[in-house]
Design a protein around this ligand. Structure first.
Ligand SMILES: Cc1ncc(COP(=O)(O)O)c(C=O)c1O
Length: 414
């Protein structure tokens, strides 16, 4: 993980020397992980009260606080620490609420704020929940400047799952063109950052054939004619195969974003640095799930941990992760559905595993499970297991397993 942090900082700074990095706590807020990342070149990007408290406790000197619905408790804590926290405002009501709050709190250090933009997503309704339309930005800046406690310093946007840097380029271009036409020079010169969010897709992620064209076709035909196995044979389709997602190298992202900044932003706002909020890229490979086989069936096994610890049905629907027989590992991939123990048919880790066929008692590892797992886990039937850290020769317990009391607020009486 430390190597990942260094790689990101080194690669981006080579082309963008004034860039700053804010690790997205929502991706994995396990304190050990957040603490490690924040001691290796990253500030914090938080989206809720606990994350903000954690970032403050870890000692982060710069924190970006960005979410579409911040509560009064959250805003109060952010204003209390206004020398460390930048608030990215999502909507006009939030401007009004923040102004009212500042009137009573009278912060010694003015609160630095930015505006979240809805750009780049006009056609995608699911993302319309976030931020201001570009046309509203001049009005939003004017309203912010009415408060002596608030200073506007930048713009923010975010897009997810970027396998190429195209969206960053396009959005910076759109923002630059808008600024040229609608923001006077006096305001542009006061701009200190453009926060381009996270969304840097990590390499070595894979999807199952299931959700590719051939797999989708096989599903449609099986629904119409019955017999998925027969249809698979007809289409010469292997339902257990997977495809590694192609991603541009990070150097290409750095190069393209630098070009967009030089062409579209810097001539207008020369004081604006680039902020980035990567999550997935930094921690995706950091974590493996360790499981044990409880039972062996005809072409499947049942292991002792479920996807509640991930909070996602991704392995039954689209994602492939290497599942490895740790007792007898090999590069051979076996068709065998690895089910979890939950009362849910979609509770499974994959349709295949590496190594010799699994037997009862075998230990199994599911690799690359560091992103959106700890932070998104479901409270469902089974406990969230302990987290153990391996660092050099040291093995340490960094978070004990969930207990009866954690879940129910009650002590268990025999
Ligand atoms: C505003 C914001 N910043 C950063 C991130 C982190 O994204 P990723 O983990 O894909 O890098 C997210 C994820 O949803 C986000 O919403």
């Amino acid at each position: 993980m430390i190597e990942r942090c260094r790689l990101f900082v080194r690669t981006i700074r080579r082309r963008l020397p004034d860039s700053e990095f804010f690790y997205a706590f929502k991706c994995n807020d396990l304190p050990f992980i957040a603490n490690t990342v924040c001691h290796h070149g990253f500030h914090a990007d938080v989206a809720g009260l606990f994350e903000l408290q954690l970032a403050l406790q870890i000692g982060c000197k710069r924190i970006v606080f960005n979410s579409p619905g911040k509560t009064d408790d959250e805003l109060t804590l952010a204003v209390t620490h206004s020398q460390r926290v930048i608030i990215i405002i999502d909507n006009f009501d939030e401007i009004d609420r923040l102004k009212t709050l500042c009137t009573t709190m009278l912060p010694e250090t003015p609160v630095t704020v930015g505006l979240r933009l809805a750009v780049g997503r006009r056609t995608d309704d699911a993302w319309h929940k976030f931020g201001f339309e570009l046309d509203d930005v001049p009005e939003a800046i004017a309203r912010i400047s009415e408060s002596p406690s608030l200073v506007w310093r930048g713009l923010h946007f975010h897009s997810s799952w970027n396998k190429t840097p195209l969206k960053y380029y396009q959005t910076l271009q759109t923002v630059g063109r808008f600024m040229e036409r609608h923001l006077p020079q006096r305001i542009r010169l006061g701009m200190e950052f453009v926060d381009i969010g996270g969304g840097f897709y990590p390499e070595n992620q894979a999807v199952i054939h299931h959700c590719e064209d051939k797999g989708i076709l096989a599903d449609m035909m099986a629904r119409r004619h019955g017999g998925r196995k027969h249809i698979n044979r007809m289409l010469d389709h292997d339902p257990h195969a997977f495809l590694v997602t192609e991603v541009d190298p990070l150097e290409t992202f750095a190069e393209t974003i630098a070009e967009a900044m030089d062409t579209h932003i810097r001539p207008l706002a020369p004081n604006a640095a680039v902020f980035m909020e990567p999550g997935r890229f930094i921690v995706a490979h950091s974590t493996a799930v360790l499981l044990r086989v409880l039972a062996v069936k005809q072409d499947s096994v049942i292991v002792d941990g479920g996807i509640n610890m991930m909070g996602d049905y991704k392995f039954s629907e689209y994602a492939f992760a290497p599942v490895i027989n740790l007792r007898r590992p090999s590069a051979a991939l076996h068709s065998c559905t690895v089910y979890g123990p939950l009362c849910d048919p979609s509770d499974l880790w994959g349709y295949s595993h590496y190594g010799d066929p699994l037997q009862r008692g075998d230990a199994v590892a599911v690799l690359h499970q560091g992103a959106y797992t700890y932070s998104t886990a479901w409270r469902f039937i089974k406990a969230i297991p302990a987290y153990i850290a391996f660092s050099g020769d040291t093995v340490s317990m960094i978070k004990p397993a969930e207990t009866f009391e954690d879940r129910y607020g009650l002590r268990f009486r025999d």
